[in-house]
Design a protein around this ligand. Structure first.
Ligand code: XIL
Length: 320
């Protein structure tokens, strides 16, 4: 699978992928690409609330630990994802009832137990994921409904549990949504003014070939202006965003995708060195992409490796 030159050597920042422990264990091709091509690992699902905290009094770190063991065996950095989100929340949390104090104690316990478990192993955490709607308002979730100021509190609790971890606010689709972008910038300002430890912004970068270059560059620049560390945390570039069943991954789409990848890498490379945390792809090959599995879009090809785990021509373009 890998042959020099590698993308990971071409760039001075970590190149990561989200990974799945079952695929790492069962699929040799997947595992080989994971080992040879990437220097950073994010658990695609196995550090999320629903998976690590299935019942109120029970944590299950087994699968997350498998990913950590893999990463450590192969000298890769681990990025923690994610402590607080409104999706993949266990049933017992969604049904939790209690006053503000009880909710706070519950979330604090979750955050601190997970952050302490992975302390010293993860370089950073997506502390809070996807808190804002496109119109910039706070997303109504069990967290925003039950815990006033839950974002600030979550960062504080995470920092107490793992003072060395780089703490990120992570979100998607800021491009073309100035109100969402502004809400994130306001959050950063507010947390900084109150001395709440926030160190990074994760831009998920689930984009597509029609995403507008100017809007992407604008979002990247505005994020960088905060001075925080920037992570492109879940990169994929969809070529068939409307899920057209007759879609063919033809030259025009490939070229458009290639140009978009080049733009993303160039913009990232131009960030000040001390703000570069890395670029993470959302899984390894096209066949492992959540756009195929979760969104059921069989004719989607959003990553750098094809269904046979072979590098696509885009890969060599990104080397230049
Ligand atoms: C996705 C995973 O890829 C899927 O396997 C899972 O079923 C749902 O979550 N934003 C995030 C990620 O922050 O955690 C999501 O991952 C994709 C969108």
């Amino acid at each position: 699978y890998g042959q020099a030159p590698y993308l990971k050597d071409r760039y001075n920042f970590p190149i990561g992928a989200s990974m799945n422990p079952r695929l790492l264990a069962e699929n040799n091709a997947y595992r080989n690409v994971a080992i040879t091509e990437f220097t950073s690992v994010t658990a695609e699902n196995h550090m999320k609330m629903m998976l690590v905290h299935p019942e109120a009094d029970r944590f299950d770190f087994s699968k997350g630990d498998e990913i950590v063991a893999f990463a450590k065996n192969h000298q890769k950095r681990i990025h923690g994802h994610t402590l607080v989100w409104h999706n993949q929340v266990p049933k017992w949390m969604n049904e939790f009832s209690g006053d503000t104090q009880a909710w706070e104690a519950m979330l604090k316990n979750h955050i601190q137990t997970v952050a302490k478990h992975y302390k010293g192993q993860v370089a950073g955490w997506d502390v809070v994921n996807e808190s804002f709607l496109d119109d910039g308002s706070l997303r109504p979730t069990v967290w925003s409904k039950n815990i006033p100021d839950y974002i600030a509190k979550s960062f504080q609790w995470a920092h107490e549990a793992d003072p060395n971890a780089i703490l990120f606010y992570n979100d998607y689709g800021q491009d073309g949504k100035p109100k969402k972008m502004q809400a994130i910038l306001n959050l950063v300002k507010d947390l900084q003014a109150r001395n709440i430890p926030i160190h990074g912004l994760g831009l998920q970068m689930h984009i597509n070939i029609n995403s507008k270059n100017e809007e992407l560059v604008d979002v990247i620049n505005q994020s960088a202006k905060t001075g925080l560390t920037i992570h492109f945390s879940e990169l994929d570039i969809a070529v068939n965003p409307k899920n057209d069943s007759t879609f063919v991954y033809h030259e025009t789409a490939k070229k458009a995708q290639q140009e978009k990848f080049e733009l993303v890498f160039k913009a990232y490379q131009e960030l000040p060195k001390h703000q570069q945390y890395g670029i993470t792809f959302w899984n390894v090959s096209d066949r492992d992409s959540w756009l195929r599995g979760y969104f059921k879009r069989p004719k989607e090809y959003p990553l750098l490796f094809d269904d046979t785990y072979t590098r696509k021509p885009i890969y060599s373009k990104l080397l230049n």
